[in-house]
Design a protein around this ligand. Structure first.
Ligand code: GRG
Length: 360
């Protein structure tokens, strides 16, 4: 039995950053597993250090990398906020400043860009909706947004190709199952799924299924764990998991676990903490989470932490960043790690929040 423990004060943590909240995606400052010999002394989840690491990200605006990652800013706020909620610190970012920043990224067309002045795109629009939903602020779209909630729904619905059912990411037309899932995710949280042709979209996802049970970016494309998450997630939201070959897909997903306990995203590739989310959430949605060795994966994720400065890296010895931090923590949550809030395997948001929204 793996020895695990959580260190956390669970007390309220003041946000010490600037008044606005623009989560930095700069990597580091620390590396995963730097403590003595590259592995933390004990396999502890250093909750307080992760909380402080996430809160510190907005203070690193003098680093070049902060500006080089501006095109991911709104996603970064979603990743940091979600990690804080799962770590038991939902108050970890200032609510008003977070709402202000999200609304400052909105366009007249209803969609959101990564940062103020950036073009609107599906992936930032989803993050915007997820952030507002998580902090109970969706109504701010109607109160203070440049365009109300209905306009956000129209922007997303306008990206569906009504002939194929697929979704583009933006006005330039590239399609990808990530964008279809994003549309389903955001529209269902807004209770606006009826704006799109759900059966056509479901048929498109089904056409992306491969002989190995997996799914890719489009019909005929190679199976990849990230795309599998989006396709299975979309089918779950549509209530069509009956279309999934659960045993075949579960077998392929369980083969993603390597000897060191970590998961890769497709055959012959390296393990990476983020697949703890893409692979395990998919397994959870098809009730096959027990097909991987959870204890070994927990150890792998904990070895990717920086036990001194917080944050989680893709693999031990690499620089930490907020993307790998949220998906490492979310993976631990799926595995029932003690002290963490339960994550919704479809939405990658706190389960308590999605349950409340979706039951209304
Ligand atoms: C709400 C959680 C959430 C997501 C929104 C954007 C999105 C929808 C889903 C992304 C799914 C995806 C494709 C994840 C994979 C990301 C990743 C690590 C890609 C790397 O791909 P390669 O080919 O890496 O560079 P490998 O590991 O195959 O070498």
């Amino acid at each position: 039995m793996l020895l695990i423990s959580v260190t956390s004060s669970h007390g309220p943590t003041a946000f010490s950053g600037s008044a606005k909240n623009t989560m930095s995606l700069v990597s580091g400052p620390g590396r995963g597993g730097v403590s003595k010999g590259g592995v933390p002394d004990e396999l502890k989840l250093v909750v307080d250090k992760h909380v402080r690491y996430i809160q510190s990200l907005d203070t690193r605006q003098d680093e070049l990398e902060y500006w080089l990652t501006e095109h991911l800013r709104l996603n970064g706020v979603y990743w940091g906020l979600t990690a804080l909620h799962l770590l038991g610190h939902p108050e970890g970012l200032p609510r008003d400043a977070t709402i202000d920043f999200v609304l400052s990224c909105q366009h007249e067309n209803g969609g959101f860009g990564a940062a103020p002045g950036h073009d609107a795109h599906m992936l930032y629009t989803v993050s915007a909706v997820q952030i507002l939903a998580t902090i109970h602020a969706v109504e701010e779209l109607d109160r203070r947004g440049k365009a109300g909630k209905a306009k956000v729904g129209q922007y997303i619905a306008g990206l569906q190709d009504r002939k194929t059912g697929s979704f583009a990411g933006d006005e330039w037309g590239e399609t990808d199952t990530r964008f279809l899932f994003g549309a389903f995710n955001a529209l269902s949280l807004l209770h606006l799924l009826s704006l799109v042709d759900v059966p056509k979209a479901v048929a498109h996802v089904h056409a992306c299924a491969n002989f190995d049970g997996g799914y890719g970016v489009g019909p005929g494309a190679e199976s990849h764990a990230g795309q599998i998450y989006t396709c299975v997630g979309a089918l779950a939201i549509a209530g069509r998991l009956d279309l999934v070959d659960r045993d075949r897909l579960g077998g392929w997903l369980s083969e993603r676990q390597l000897l060191n306990g970590g998961l890769n995203g497709r055959p012959e590739k390296l393990e990476d903490v983020c697949y703890s989310w893409w692979v395990m959430s998919s397994l959870a949605m098809i009730d096959r989470l027990h097909w991987i060795d959870g204890d070994k994966l927990i150890q792998f994720i904990l070895r990717c932490q920086d036990p001194e400065q917080g944050g989680i890296a893709d693999r031990p010895g690499d620089m930490v960043d907020v993307f790998h931090t949220v998906f490492g923590v979310a993976g631990l949550s799926l595995l029932g790690f003690p002290g963490l809030a339960a994550v919704d395997p479809i939405y990658c948001m706190p389960k308590a929040i999605t349950s409340r929204i979706l039951s209304n």
